[in-house]
Design a protein around this ligand. Structure first.
Ligand code: NAD
Length: 335
């Protein structure tokens, strides 16, 4: 049995996570669920947005499924997401984006963005001075080697051919320069079976929209990966379509790439696709690949049958979408 820590969080987090848990329960008899608080509910019950008990559960379980949290505008607020990524050393953020629906005027996309998840602009080291604020941006050789090495292994293991390093080393010559030179070294020593490519982040954003087939797997720094994965999700139909995995050597946390979407929370129209695909990624990561694949197939069948969710102008809200996915789920072998 695999133990999954379930962290619904805020806004639409509980809505899409509930849907993903239903589909996982139907897809696999190898799972046990442990529920834990994060975000506002955690603050109200335990006085912390990420209580120690929650972090303990995340460490003890085989993996975690997280919804989203709403950022609180307060000087003493620190992001539970950045904290668990750091505490659990989840250094790779994997964001696959694939078109499940043909959308008029948008090209098909099938790209995986592998984002460095521990440093860059996300160390939250900001210092006020007389003229404004200085933000420290950290790029280390160790983190660059870890993420590029991860991306090479990921591309190979998933049958991908091309790995593109995305950076801005024409301006950030030292820091992004270190990232690019690490990429070149690792590709020359351990990635020669893959096609290596390099692209500046601004033109990458353009190409993701106009010619996404130019990309297969992208490896990039933290902030670029965060932004580019939302651009890619937009091409595929919106944030409801982009799953994400935070992966380290010992722990992992899977989540939809979107936030808590307060504008649609409680309306029953959040698209659970990203959360279900994130759960499927988690099962594959845990060695339950057949169960994960059946979940993906059930989601794909919903769209290939011509149905559309509310975010694409269709009539299916979260509940009716989930019912269809459960009906589409092919029975698996009993373990
Ligand atoms: P968001 O991702 O929550 O929403 C952006 C837009 O996409 C909104 O219009 C929303 O309705 C739509 N959307 C997102 N997910 C959807 C889904 N599953 N189905 C249909 N439509 C969906 O981003 P935001 O509005 O910039 O941020 C809202 C809050 O979420 C903020 O407090 C932000 O800090 C937080 N946030 C949290 C995380 C996280 O917990 N990992 C990530 C990003 C943002």
């Amino acid at each position: 049995m695999k133990r999954i820590c379930v962290l619904p969080g805020d806004g639409i987090g509980p809505e899409v996570v509930a849907s993903a848990v239903k589909v996982m329960e139907a897809a696999s008899d190898e799972l046990e669920f442990v529920h834990a608080d994060i975000g506002r509910a955690a603050y109200e019950r335990h006085g912390s947005y990420l209580p120690g008990e929650t972090l303990k559960s995340m460490r003890e379980c085989d993996s975690s499924l997280f919804g989203a949290v709403t950022t609180v505008e307060s000087a003493d607020y620190s992001s539970p997401v950045l904290t668990f990524r750091k505490e659990l050393d989840l250094y790779a953020n994997v964001r696959p984006v694939r078109s499940l629906v043909q959308i008029s005027g948008r090209p098909p996309i099938d790209v995986v963005i592998v984002r460095e998840n521990t440093e860059g602009m996300y160390t939250q080291n900001e210092v006020f001075d007389d003229v404004g604020v200085t933000t420290m941006r950290k790029v280390t050789r160790k983190a660059s080697e870890r993420i590029v090495g991860f991306a090479i292994r990921y591309a190979r293991a998933h049958g991908r051919r091309r790995l593109t390093c995305v950076h801005k080393s024409n301006v950030l010559k030292a820091s992004d320069g270190l990232f690019v030179s690490t990429f070149r070294e690792l590709m020359a020593s351990g990635g020669r079976d893959l096609e290596g490519d390099e692209q500046l982040v601004d033109s990458c954003a353009l190409k993701l929209v106009t010619e996404p087939s130019a990309f297969d797997v992208i490896v990039t720094l933290n902030l670029y990966g965060d932004i580019l994965s939302d651009v890619a999700a937009g091409v595929a139909g919106g944030l409801g379509f982009a799953p994400s995995g935070n992966i380290g050597d010992r722990h992992s946390v899977f989540e939809p790439a979107h936030g808590s979407a307060p504008d649609i929370a409680g309306k029953g129209i959040a698209n659970p696709t990203a959360a279900i695909l994130a759960a499927a990624m988690m099962l594959k990561h845990l060695g339950l690949g057949a169960d994960g694949s059946r979940m993906e197939a059930a989601v794909m069948q919903f769209y290939s049958s011509g149905h559309l969710t509310a975010d694409l102008g269709g009539r299916h809200g979260s509940e009716s979408f989930t019912e269809h996915v459960l009906k589409n789920l092919k029975p698996g072998p009993k373990h």
